[in-house]
Write a protein of this length. Sequence first.
Length: 143
Amino acid sequence: MEIKSPEFKNNQLMPDKFTGKGEDINPPLTIENIPAGVKSLVLIVEDPDAVSGTWVHWVVFDIPVTSKIEENSASGKQGANTAGEMSYHGPYPPPGKTHRYFFKIYALDTVLNLQEGISKAQLEKAMQGHILDKAELIGLYKR
């Protein structure tokens, strides 16, 4: 399985549009080579370079099987990000260091049917034993 964006390549800078400096909307994503038997997708976006530890920018689950996640759209139920919001929270690190933003897609053999607003940790626990495949795309951003 692969996850890509037409807006930036893996390990390349993300356009301002998708950050706190710009429109703060999620970039479009494409998912390729989804394995047979997948019932739903999960997307987690996080920054492991944050000063306070990994910052969760977006949690989306129970995404119907699709090859596209459109710009500025949540295709499934949303969990809570580190800011306590149920939405995409674009990159906006402190000035200086380049941060990495991991867009992680998981293909599951089930629909989780969890409540919106759950944490990344709760979601990861519920996903255990159901992951058929996963892929990641890394976007970079520096202020």
